[in-house]
Ligand binder design. Structure first.
Ligand code: EPU
Length: 429
């Protein structure tokens, strides 16, 4: 078993480089299947969800060649439909992109129902509504999503009942080679949706409107290969912005698109943190106390749900009463019990948490209950005194490339240990 251990609080000084966006990389990896040829994908983050996505494609018959740590060639010429192993596909949310990609390529799909972080129910009814509007018949049986379009897919006009990132991307994938035009209304507008559309367009697709709430996809008969670099990860950047705001010091965060960070920047400034925006970097600096704020998570360009736990740590540290209202998921506050173990004063009522800041927090043994919650535990530990040990770090490693190394390089007192290291440490003491 591995743990992350943080001994004490130290201000952070230096520079951290941001990797490619997880939530763009995963659909782009699966989208490469539609091209039936070779694609080179660059600026890939080295995280377990990316590794898993590549493994899934490999078991389907794709040839995967790592060209460097961050760039891969995927040759999907010989891929065979419906062979993604249950054990791999069920481990991650993004495996549902195989349904859209397989439908586009083979006119049928068979994929295990996806896993991913537990935030309450995470239905895929809007994905299914989209596939079926294009002419597929989709069912969920025995833990599998089965979809067939014996007469091929035809463009359709579709209105999502709620804004869904996964649904928008999945229908875009399925529609890319459908006959005629597909229009998705009430589409999600996240930067990773634009990135997937740009990737597909660089393969010869005809997608317009990505980044707005109406996306139009004119079906094309085939896609070709491409070389494409993934955008930087706005949530990884936001996480380090919070780390600097919590621990203090001055941190430059490089390889970012500042536009994608606007809602995060605005909230940090409202809390009294200084944010300087450069062309492709932000500089975070905190010297004074944090002010309480009210936050509500919303689809992009609103404040991201994937920054809810990290900002909650700042709300614990701010003097006064703050609130965090979760606008996306039913149950995103499972991490609150872990922060309470550190002494935080938080009450949760449904989708709203109230933080009474100012209490003295102290290090404790805690768990990463999901990916972003795990990042929040690290941020809390960086800001408080006493040793914090974080378990279940596999969740953190699903989405953050070398978070321990990056934070250690800017002065954090952080290490990753195995049980064997721990036994050695105990003996030495
Ligand atoms: N929803 C439905 N029906 C659907 C699809 C979604 O009711 O068919 C609901 C969900 O239950 C949720 C809301 O709509 O309440 C939004 O879900 P969405 O589909 O946008 O989320 P997702 O595609 O499952 C992706 C990211 C999440 C991120 C959300 C929101 C991936 C692999 N996952 O999930 O990322 O929280 O968008 O931005 O892209 C993370 O990176 O830590 C993470 C959890």
């Amino acid at each position: 078993m591995e743990k992350i251990v943080i001994e004490s609080s130290r201000p952070l000084y230096g520079s951290i480089d941001i990797n490619g966006a997880k939530n763009a990389a995963i659909p782009i990896i699966f989208a490469s299947l539609i091209t039936e040829t070779k694609c080179i994908i660059e600026n890939l983050p080295t995280i377990s969800d990316v590794k898993l996505s590549l493994e899934i494609l490999e078991t389907m018959g794709c040839t995967i060649k790592m060209l460097s740590d961050t760039s891969v060639e995927i040759d999907s010429t010989r891929a065979v439909q419906g062979t993604a192993p249950y054990d791999l596909a069920r481990k991650m949310r993004g495996s549902y992109y195989l349904v859209g990609a397989e439908l586009a390529r083979y006119g049928r799909a068979s994929v295990s129902f996806p896993g991913g972080c537990d935030f309450g129910t995470r239905p895929i009814d809007q994905h299914i509504k989209g596939f079926d509007a294009l002419g597929a018949t989709t069912t969920v049986e025995n833990g599998n999503i089965e979809s067939v379009a014996p007469d091929g897919l035809c463009g359709a006009h579709l209105y999502f009942d709620n804004v869904t990132v996964g649904g928008t991307i999945n229908v875009m994938l399925a529609a890319v080679k459908a006959k005629g035009q597909t229009v998705i209304e009430n589409a999600a507008r996240e930067p990773h949706i634009v990135d997937v559309a740009n990737f597909l367009n660089s393969c010869g697709a005809s997608i317009s409107g990505a980044g707005t709430d109406v996306i139009k996809i004119k079906g094309v008969s085939e896609l070709h290969g491409t070389t494409y670099a993934i955008i930087p990860d706005m949530i990884e950047a936001g996480t380090y912005m919070c780390a600097a705001a919590a621990a203090g010091g001055t941190l430059k965060i490089t390889n970012v698109i500042p536009k994608h960070l606007e809602s995060i920047t605005a909230k940090l400034e409202e809390m009294g943190v200084s944010v300087t925006t450069l062309d492709d970097a932000v500089i975070i600096s905190r010297t004074g106390p944090l002010s309480p704020v009210r936050i509500k998570t919303l689809p992009y360009p609103g404040f991201p749900t994937d920054m809810n736990p990290q900002f909650s740590v700042l709300l614990c540290l701010a003097g006064g009463v703050s609130t965090m209202t979760e606008g996306i998921y039913d149950n995103r506050f499972r991490y609150v019990d872990e922060l309470r173990r550190m002494g935080a004063n938080i009450t949760v009522d449904g989708r709203c948490a109230t933080f009474t800041g100012g209490a003295e927090l102290s290090g404790a043994p805690v768990r990463a209950v999901d990916l972003r919650a795990g990042a929040a535990m690290i941020i809390a530990a960086l800001a408080i005194n006493g040793r914090t040990e974080i378990e279940d770090i596999k969740y953190i490693e699903r989405g953050y490339q070398d978070i321990v190394g990056k934070l250690a390089s800017v002065g954090a007192d952080i290490k990753r240990i195995t049980v064997a290291d721990e036994i050695k440490e105990e003996k030495a003491n």
